[in-house]
Write a protein that binds this ligand. Structure first.
Ligand code: SAM
Length: 445
């Protein structure tokens, strides 16, 4: 049974007023669990019928669902390996609803690991525009990259920079910026009861200082007329309304946006919502701000369609790519060392920033060969390949493949995309009806 700290109880009574007893009643009940569907891989209506558990629609995001199952086994499902969905606490999806991402937007997700909100943004961008996801903590940035690859995000950048360094360099570059800030995590008490013991007023106040500093940096990256969404998974006034009010008083160039989202509870600010277990989520706060001014886009993006790289190795790569794909993927090809990348159509100068991935890693040059990469297959539509091995639930080769084993294969010889019920989950190389497994070792089950 969870015993809440007294100072936290007073804070919650102040925020929830006469609803407080409902919150107290909820604290020893099960936490809400959820998923968000990745439309780069599957249509929500099709996916929910393929899942081996029941789902019901959540109010927080167009493609968000409650699940009624323990999360532990979900990571082993083929649909999860294929990136068809992301396991996400239902109310955590609300911030991207406020961000209102449209196709073609340039979006910065400044505190992005492990990548739940980036996955939502990429799904909304639908292979257009640009998603720049940043995570300052290096090992968390690697987890972010791995989720980027699993979700098959083609038009993205993953970096690991301090917010002030990154946002100064990318001043005015983004239509939309999300700051999902590190916080005291009061909305995680049911999911992670140990967090209750770690809670203190001092921590809340120190989080608020850090959040304001991140938000001040984020402001630089928003173009005139652009949107800045600030979110946390905590309830406290200081980390939420307090940070937003202090930010607005220091930044008259920003204004509040009126929001009319059909979820959450009203806050002391017209531009923000708070979600507690009473409203059907574990806990989130999100506020929407706008930089005043004309809707002008940053002008320093390099652009270039299907530009050719002057490197003799491109001939080898193109030969292999035209054997894999019906049409060679469009984009700006770049070679760095032994690696070939397909860059987003428009991208800022990257020099001097700690960028760990820009665009899609298409493959590597090994001696006189080009070896395609897992990310190339994951980010390409199933109908773009010349050869596919489409497996379904009843086929034991699904798990053989995810275990890294060699399997039978009906296709012609050559690199072959491996699909699970029509969704790409990896690739192999077919030779005489046997598929040599290319599923990355670190991802195998
Ligand atoms: N948006 C993520 C998602 O949906 O999966 C969750 C982000 S989490 C709430 C906040 C992130 O901020 C963490 O990954 C943490 O490592 C990072 N962080 C910690 N200190 C930071 C700082 N000083 N500046 C920027 N980010 C920081």
């Amino acid at each position: 049974m969870t015993i809440l700290p007294e100072a936290f109880v007073s804070e919650m009574k102040e925020i929830l007023k006469s609803d407080y007893p409902l919150y107290e009643e909820s604290i020893n009940k099960d936490a809400y669990r959820g998923i968000s569907v990745n439309r780069l891989k599957a249509e929500p209506q099709e996916l929910i019928h393929m899942l081996p558990f029941q789902v019901s629609k959540s109010p927080f995001y167009r493609d968000g669902y409650y699940i009624n199952t323990d999360e532990s086994g979900i990571g082993k499902l083929p649909l999860h390996h294929a990136g068809a969905f992301y396991v996400q606490e239902p109310s955590a999806s609300s911030a991207v609803s406020l961000l209102d991402v449209q196709e073609g937007d340039r979006v910065l997700d400044l505190c992005a690991a492990p990548g739940g909100k980036s996955a939502q943004i990429a799904s909304c961008l639908n292979r257009t525009g640009l998603l720049w996801s940043n995570e300052v903590v290096k090992n968390r940035a690697q987890i972010l990259l791995s989720n980027f690859e699993r979700m098959g995000i083609p038009n993205g950048v993953v970096s690991s920079c301090y917010p002030d360094v990154l946002c100064k360099r990318l001043e005015g570059a983004f239509d939309k910026v999300l700051v999902d800030a590190p916080c005291s995590g009061e909305g995680m008490f049911r999911k992670n009861p140990e967090a209750v013991g770690e809670w203190s007023r001092e921590h809340v106040l120190s989080c608020a200082e850090r959040q304001l500093s991140i938000l001040n940096s984020a402001a630089m990256a928003v173009r005139d007329g652009g949107i800045l969404v600030y979110s946390t998974c905590t309830f406290s006034y200081e980390e939420n309304e307090g940070v937003v009010s202090r930010f607005l008083s220091e930044h008259p160039e920003f204004e509040m946006c009126d929001i009319s989202e059909p979820f959450g509870r009203k806050t002391q600010l017209p531009c923000a919502v708070r979600i507690t277990p009473i409203e059907g989520g574990e806990g989130h706060f999100a506020a929407k701000l706008r930089r005043r001014g004309e809707a002008l886009r940053g002008s320093f993006f390099i652009s270039g369609k299907a530009q050719s790289v002057k490197d003799s190795r491109m001939t080898i790569a193109k030969k292999e790519l035209s054997d894999i794909f019906k049409d060679i993927p469009e984009g700006r090809y770049e070679i760095a060392g032994d690696k070939l990348y397909i860059m987003p159509e428009e991208i800022p100068e990257l020099g001097g920033l700690n960028v760990i991935r820009a665009g899609v890693l298409a493959g590597e040059f090994r001696k006189n060969r080009f070896e395609p990469a897992h990310s190339l297959f994951m980010s390409s539509p199933p109908d773009s390949f010349r050869r596919v091995l489409d497996l379904c639930d009843a086929d034991s080769r699904v798990y053989d493949f995810l275990h890294g084993m060699e399997t039978d294969c009906e296709t012609e010889n050559g690199y072959t995309a491996v699909l699970y019920s029509g969704i790409v989950m990896g690739f192999g190389k077919c030779s005489d009806h046997r598929l040599k497994n290319k599923y990355p070792k670190g991802l195998r089950i």
